[in-house]
Design a protein around this ligand. Sequence first.
Ligand code: N01
Length: 485
Amino acid sequence: MDKNRYEVIIIGSGFGGIATAIKLQEAGIHDYVILERAPEPGGTWWQNTYPGAAVDVQSPLYCLKHEPYDWSRMFALQPEILAYTNHLLDKHRLRNKIQCNQEVTAATYDEQKHCWQVATASDRLFTAPVLVNASGILSQPAIPDIPGRQQFQGASFHTSQWNHDFDYKGKRVAVIGTGASAVQVVPAIAPQVAQLYVLQRTPHWLLPRPDRVIPKWERQLYKKVPLVQRLVREWLYWKLEARMIAFKGNQAALRFFRNKALRYIKKQVKDPALRQKLTPDFMLGCKRVLLSNDYYPALQRENVRLVTGGIERITPTGIQTKQGEHLEVDLIVWATGFHAAEDNIPYPVRGRQGLLLQDYWQDGAHAYIGTAIPHFPNFFILAGPNTGIGHTSALHIIESQLNYVMDVLLKMRQYGWQSIEVKEEIEQIYNQWVQEKMQKTVWQTGGCHSWYQTADGKNTTLYPTYSFLFRKATARMKEADHLVE
Ligand code: N01
């Protein structure tokens, strides 16, 4: 018997992979494997260990619906989220299903055998009729090709590849980029470094982070009366969901949040010149809104300087700015984000007749409910095209997608289908609707370019309306919309 043959292959052991495995087991499907490229499971929360790494959605909502957790604070730090993923792995006995150090190099559909062949960098081949990609949208670090980058003789790494062997204490450090990762790194390292330069290309809108320690009595209450925690989760869900009113382009709601952010800059930043540098000229929401209580204070420390003029090049000893200044540094931190809108499946995927998914997506990624693609039977993507969410928990989306995926899998079993794929016209109609809805959102009208978009400005990452509508759209598989064999 071929040991590498399974009923389902899952790629990635982050929240998507773990949630899929739990659902499979609940449905009595135990013949599956999770392939993980890293040496340990956990996905993004194993990978992102930079100082200050934390979730920016309230923890009671940032967990699987039926897997509440004893969170110690409202916005959990990375170690606690990783502990939660480990708790899930142990509770559901998933560890022996995961094969680590298995970087997938290709996935190819065999039309004769109705199954996927998945090759890994260690020369192994796994096969299964069903393939679930849970490799995550933010797993490919983007480091810009600034001239001279290779010549730098100090230390340098991306936030998601933090080198803990390098001791940054007492050193001169440059952080390039001012997005969600940077606003967490900067306050975390600022008190410990000798000098910190924060290189900002574009200011981002920032709001206070309503973080707090969850006191013992409250945690006890959640344990003793789980209904209370469920109600808190529900309340948080609807509170965050209301933000979508603004992102959908409601001007009054946008003004409300913009004024709140402006008041916050005024309150936290005393110097009008610095305030001006930190005030974006695009609409709030166009780029991801950041949450931080300590970023602006960190920028005003004696040993920290915001540098805004632009980078000319990297030199062997530092950064040459466009204003002619040379910043001597020992460490460059690339807080420059990820390849998300393009190139977010990190291996070639070949469907029917050898069709390459990356070619099928040459004008930007698209999928039916962000999950299924015509010509790629029995293949599902979690956190796929246009499923991203800027206002609530990404886990809500993953769990919604899994309702559809599980419905498909159970029907495949029930009716003995060998393959199933969404009809091309259904996928096209769906994506026309997505892009039409998108045109009214602040992500398209807000006057900025963001990682949500391809180079041409097409938004291939975000879901354009309320997340409860996504839950509804993914509730079950509509047989008439699919081709089955
Ligand atoms: O990346 P980003 P991130 N020269 O793309 C700048 C999630 N996340 O890693 O705005 C100079 O937001 C770029 O400048 P500009 C979350 O979804 C979640 O911070 O393009 N600068 C920008 O300032 C988030 O949205 C958490 O002009 C350059 C920065 O680099 C996503 O990850 C925590 C440049 C990139 O910001 C990505 O966040 C952290 C160049 N050539 C992250 N190229 C949670 O809390 C780029 N930049 C869950």
